[in-house]
Design a protein. Structure first.
Length: 286
């Protein structure tokens, strides 16, 4: 029972913060000093590139509970504009499927000029819990349109609702937030304030930055900055750094490790493989 609860909390936190996950959320402003570029971001100017794949091991203590993957799938252009398609997946290990099967897919579509999200999808398949969330962001109109569907056995609809949420221009979903923060200049001892949308609420977070420090995972040894999101006011991160994320201390800011505390011990997502990164990683130490 404990393993089932901790695995579920882990997946939720993962998708919230980076993944997966309910939302690490957002870097609306590294400050008012940052301006929207007049021209679209070019892939060569971004810390990530099309084809980048980051593969993580999910573990509780020394037990491997599953894997997660973060992918930059492409730059799409159509009647809606030009946007980057980014996706994460979380999958429980086959040995644990009989206990608590997880098959989560989260996607975000980020405007190529501003990197603000245009559309967000979260498809959760966690044990008996199955739910889809779709969000369309109308940044200029300061509104997000949300559709939520909860399923019962046989994927029959158990609950469905649609609603609108007022948002500040520049709000991000859980996944686009992490990719946006990778574009910012981060320094140990400083903080970044962000806005995060999740369901019917918009949260303001302070992301405290510390480091650098050395982190060793299967993918290698890296010089990293440590990011700790703290909600101002009520919320899951209130007054305490429940979640910690380590990113490389260089221009790429590749997520290397994430850790969240649970009632007993902690759950960790650690980078095991990097694919599709053509540039050198300056913070890699071996």
């Amino acid at each position: 029972m404990l393993l089932r609860k901790t695995k579920k909390k882990f997946v939720v936190y993962l998708l919230i913060c980076f993944i997966s996950v309910s939302s690490f959320a957002l870097l609306y402003a590294q400050a008012a000093e940052e301006k929207i570029p007049d021209q679209p971001y070019l892939v060569s100017q971004l810390p990530f590139e099309i084809g980048e794949r980051l593969i993580f091991r999910l573990r509780y203590g020394f037990i491997t509970a599953g894997t997660a993957e973060m992918k930059v799938l492409g730059l799409i252009e159509n009647g809606y504009g030009r946007y980057y398609h980014i996706q994460t997946t979380a999958r429980s290990a086959s040995a644990f499927d009989w206990v608590y099967k997880v098959r989560d897919v989260v996607s975000t579509y980020m405007d190529a000029q501003t990197l603000y999200p245009l559309h967000f999808e979260k498809l959760l398949r966690e044990g008996g819990y199955k739910a889809d969330t779709f969000v369309d962001y109308f940044q200029d109109d300061s509104v997000a349109k949300v559709k939520y569907i909860r399923y019962k056995d046989g994927m029959k609809i158990k609950k469905q609702e649609e609603y609108e949420v007022p948002i500040p221009t520049g709000v991000f979903d859980a996944l686009s937030a992490l990719y946006y923060v990778r574009t910012l200049s981060l320094k140990g001892g400083e903080s970044v304030y962000v806005n995060s949308h999740e369901k019917k609420k918009v949260y303001e977070l302070e992301i405290r930055i510390s480091g650098p420090e050395t982190v060793k995972v299967k993918a290698g040894k890296f010089r990293c900055l440590k990011l700790e999101p703290l909600l101002k006011g009520e919320g899951i991160f209130k007054h305490k750094g429940k979640l910690t994320i380590w990113v490389t201390d260089d221009d790429l800011k590749i997520p290397v490790q994430m850790k969240t505390e649970v009632v007993v011990g902690h759950i960790t997502a650690e980078l095991i493989k990097i694919k599709g990164v053509s540039r050198p990683i300056p913070a890699k130490l071996d």
